[in-house]
Design a protein around this ligand. Structure first.
Ligand SMILES: [Zn+2]
Ligand SMILES: [Zn+2]
Length: 347
């Protein structure tokens, strides 16, 4: 017979609580999901479950201690049932912490320069004072006698064993609501309007959430957290790319060819920028420090040049462009060509 005490690493005098603690620790450590493909871990996992199945049952443990237990209590597939039951109960019976909540805070792009204090109004669930969060008067579940556990005998390869699952009547809680609290309708919690001041840090990334610990829903096991999602209202001129800001600057043909001094709407006001002669479409000018704060400084203001080609030209502008084309030897459509062609397509 295997030494089940040694397998769980407990003394022969270990209490049920000590045995359970040892089992939980070892079962998690050697669970096959955590050790994929590891045959040794799988064997250990089976042994640990076998040991726990025997030692957690006082009757079977007594038989084992006296050397009277004839065969292992069950076969391999049942091991996972046992694991699920032990861990399943724990989470169902544990007093739950309140849920996390999420709220959205809207700011202007300029607010991200220095950060911003924002008042957040939101609603959260708090335990009902009238019933102390219990939802009303509770009585022991008659189905399971208040233990929260349903037991049935199952036939395994090596004989019958007890299968334990959460009591379906009380869902493992052990107690049932006999009379619902009038204040909360039996839910145990009520909605309360709250207000909290949060500090939006400079340059905060919209993809991140700001965590405000303890401001989520309140449960009997403590509060959840509040998460603040940031929304930056669209800016009329600037787009954000991380810590950088992007401005799309439209320039004319002559500006592109001859260069120009232009005004760019920066985050804190107009910034002047000198475009050299021969500036092309898609060229990017970077103004360092014109972006949003980030660790170690500020991002850049990136000016992306877009060449605006005129759709309509005056007679004189056309003549000048024709003269220009002739000067540089560019072949262009003859006067009136496109007008005729348009007429052709319209027919
Ligand atoms: Zn029950
Ligand atoms: Zn109540």
């Amino acid at each position: 017979m295997k030494d089940y005490y040694a397998i769980l690493g407990v003394s022969r005098e270990a209490t049920q609580e000590e045995i359970k603690r040892a089992y939980r620790r070892l079962a998690l450590q050697y669970h096959p999901d955590r050790n994929p493909g590891d045959k040794e871990a799988e064997e250990r996992f089976k042994e640990i479950n076998e040991a726990y199945a025997v030692l957690s049952d006082p009757e079977r443990r007594a038989q084992y201690d006296r050397g009277l237990l004839g065969s292992p209590p069950f076969h391999a597939e049942d091991l996972f049932d046992l694991f699920a039951q032990v861990f399943g109960f724990q989470s169902e019976r544990a007093v739950p912490r309140g849920e996390d909540l999420e709220v959205q805070v809207e700011v202007e792009l300029l607010d991200l320069l220095h950060g911003k204090e924002a008042e957040v109004d939101y609603a959260r669930l708090v335990p009902c004072e009238a019933c102390g969060g219990q939802g009303g008067r509770r009585v022991a579940c008659p189905t399971c006698g208040g233990r929260g556990v349903a037991e049935s005998y199952r036939q395994g390869l090596f004989g019958a064993f007890v299968s334990r699952s959460a009591c379906p009547h009380c869902k493992g809680q052990g107690r049932l609501l006999a009379e619902a609290c009038a204040a909360c309708g039996g839910r145990g919690r009520v909605v309360r309007q709250e207000q909290v001041r949060v500090r939006i840090p400079p340059g905060m990334d919209e993809r991140h959430l700001l965590r405000v610990p303890g401001y989520g829903n309140l449960g009997l096991g403590g509060p959840g957290d509040l998460y603040v999602r940031l929304r930056v209202r669209p800016h009329p001129h600037l787009e954000r790319e991380g810590a950088d800001l992007v401005y799309r600057l439209r320039i004319g043909l002559a500006q592109a060819a001859l260069g120009a001094r232009v005004q760019v709407p920066g985050l804190e006001g107009p910034v002047s920028l000198d475009l050299p002669p021969g500036t092309g479409h898609g060229e990017v000018f970077e103004l360092p420090g014109g972006g949003l704060p980030q660790p170690g400084g500020r991002g850049a203001l990136r000016v992306v040049v877009e060449l605006a080609v005129p759709k309509r030209l005056s007679q004189r502008a056309r003549e000048l462009l024709r003269a220009y084309a002739e000067e540089v030897g560019e072949e262009v459509a003859p006067e009136g060509f496109w007008e005729k062609l348009k007429g052709f397509f319209r027919k």
